[in-house]
Design a protein. Structure first.
Length: 290
């Protein structure tokens, strides 16, 4: 199933998982997938390390397992640390697994790894993928602006290049303030970006996670969110429940505003994904008609 064909009929609901860390066997994620498959997401995407943790080699195995469960897999493919020959070899593996959906990414620049020169931006990879096969290509976008972009306007212009190069749908970086998403969506539409945009939602269920995510992705924190985190930071169960409730509240608002899809960053936690899926199933499944 080509993921871009899912949009327009319903609010797409998808999950993201990551392969086990380096040196862990791939099997450790199978229990997670076993539980996630019962939630019947429209697709599950698998992250791929741009270098560093080195778990990229497991992404195809995880995506194949997702396929075995009858769910459409999407494989992330970062390019900044790979040559054309290396991308070709990963594509050969992707083809052998029968995977047609790729989330094409530049990848974060790691100061310890000098970038390779074949691909500078995600749009370079997208153009290349177009010459290599009939892939359904998605790309990343940033409601609160990519940290390296000079301005919102530049970032939107660069996003338009990415879409014009062949990205058929977009998935956002996580955000906690829905208004930032609505503003971004409007600016993207004005710029002529008319592919579906899925909202990336990260349920924050422990303190370490929030600290890590906010320092690495720069998402702004609404007062309501900060109050919740401060109130429950020393009570893991309350923090988990509050994080789940916050994500549900975001999703209900986004669905009401006609979002094309919700991409849940599951952090490989099926319990959290299950509680959210159950809470929003009627809303996500609701018809567009008014
Ligand atoms: P690009 O689209 O290339 O943009 C990078 C920067 O360059 C931006 O500032 C942009 O404005 C600028 N730019 C783009 N095109 C041009 C141009 N033509 N001229 C001038 N400037 C330009 N990383 C991983 O390593 N593995 C993953 O699995 C992974 N999954 C992700 C999933 C999602 C949904 C998201 C949102 C991010 C993910 N990332 C992943 C992180 C991503 O790799 C980083 O955010 C990275 O810094 C940017 O990647 P990109 O594809 O958006 O880059």
């Amino acid at each position: 199933m080509r993921v871009s064909e899912l949009f327009g009929k319903k609010t797409v609901f998808s999950f993201e998982v990551f392969p086990p860390k380096k040196d862990s066997p791939v099997e450790v994620i199978y229990d997670t997938l076993e539980e996630l498959k019962n939630l019947s997401p429209d697709f599950i995407s698998v992250t791929f390390s741009a270098g560093g943790s080195g778990n990229g080699h497991l992404a195809c195995a995880v995506a194949s397992k997702i396929k075995e469960y009858g769910i459409t897999p999407v494989i992330h493919l970062p390019c900044i640390n790979y040559s054309k020959a290396e991308i070709d070899s990963t594509l050969a593996e992707i083809d052998a697994c029968g995977i047609e959906n790729i989330l094409a990414l530049r990848g974060d620049i790691n100061p310890d790894i000098p970038p390779k020169t074949d691909f500078r931006y995600a749009s370079d990879l997208i153009k290349y993928l177009r010459t290599r096969g009939d892939y359904d290509i998605a790309a990343a976008c940033y409601p609160e602006v990519h940290p390296e972009a000079d301005s919102f306007v530049d970032d939107i212009r660069n996003l338009k290049i990415k879409v014009d190069s062949g990205a058929e749908h977009l998935i956002t970086q996580l955000f906690f303030d829905n208004d930032s998403f609505y503003e971004f969506r409007e600016k993207a539409a004005i710029a002529g970006i008319n592919v579906p945009i899925e909202a990336g939602i990260m349920p924050v269920v422990n303190k370490k996670q929030i600290e890590r995510m906010v320092t690495t992705c720069g998402a702004s924190l609404p007062k309501k969110f900060v109050r919740i985190m401060q109130r429950y930071e020393h009570n893991p169960e309350a923090l988990r429940d509050a994080g789940i409730a916050y994500a549900i509240d975001q999703i209900v608002d986004l669905a009401t505003e006609g979002v094309d899809g919700i991409h849940l960053y599951t952090m490989n936690k099926p319990y959290v994904a299950k509680r959210i899926s159950e809470a929003v199933s009627g809303i996500i499944g609701a018809s567009y008609e008014t």
